[in-house]
Design a protein around this ligand. Sequence first.
Ligand code: MRU
Length: 371
Amino acid sequence: MAAQSNSLQSIRYKRGSLELLDQRRLPLETVYLEIHAATDGWEAIKDMVVRGAPAIAIAAALSLAVEVSTLDSFNGSPNDAASFLSKKLDYLVSSRPTAVNLSDAATKLKEISLTAASSASETKVVFQAYIEAAEIMLEDDVASNKAIGSYGASFIVQHLKESKKVSVLTHCNTGSLATAGYGTALGVIRSLHADGLLETAYCTETRPFNQGSRLTAFELVHDKIPATLIADSAAAALMNAGRINAVIVGADRVAANGDTANKIGTYSLALVAKHHNIPLYVAAPLTSIDLLLTSGQDIVIEERSSKELLNSRGGLGEQVAASGISVWNPAFDVTPANLISGVITEKGVITKSKPDAFDIKGFVEKISGVP
Ligand code: MRU
């Protein structure tokens, strides 16, 4: 397979070996954890060693690839091998519920394993087909992110009709750390910068887990992109001061009508952006689109431990909140489509075909060649 890119890597993989950058320890330490099996992958995802919708899907798929590539023996038929993989994939999907990329990857990998089993005489053929498909997911993600970056940067500049450079605000971490490389919303920012079109990228802290201050700020500094960190609560003042031209965020699940689940706080940013007449764009690969959901109402929102709020460093440090207080800690919220100006994908930007309505199904069918 092709070599991975040289930029910051959350996932280090070669056949039979997988290491995940422990994002809980960033930006203080750069430590990779070895992943030998699906159980290690499940725990790494649940515990936020690896996070971000595309990265968790790929890490899950590869954790099982490593497990089967190091299996000494497997007792059973090719169909037993496909069913072994299917059960392990269901288990991996149970690690975090909101991002559709994980279940989308699992569904595709199950289909590939079943197809391989239908014509295979040996189990190793099924495992080989699985491993190769998981590896392709890793390779495809970087190319897809670069395309998102390039479509997004040119669309934003044309749409804003800015003669000067633009400043944008982003939330959470959607960069190399949240993907196989380059990033989605942060990929658009990277492309704007590479094209000489970026004035400043503002990033929120992203409480409570601080993906913005720990991870996005780390990537922006690492890549020497002009950037400024703000508290989540400073976003309205930033917009009111006229300091940004657009908000660009990622997605964990985009419903068929464009309603988008993303990191908690995205909805607040979208409301404030609307008030200030600033466009908010969602940058996400097609694997983040869930056409089975007509709206965002049915998206399952993960609730995480109270410790993330009670303790410093998103739950990893000492207790800072008053003992005895009860906590509500949803990890994501849903931004309604009417607050979103466009969905930037690797195949182009989905805009509204009539006021306040995206035709996401139509776009997906068109690019897949469905008549
Ligand atoms: O809880 P996290 O850190 O996994 O949440 C990540 C986000 O909400 C991202 O914006 C989203 O997954 C897109 S990452 C390219």
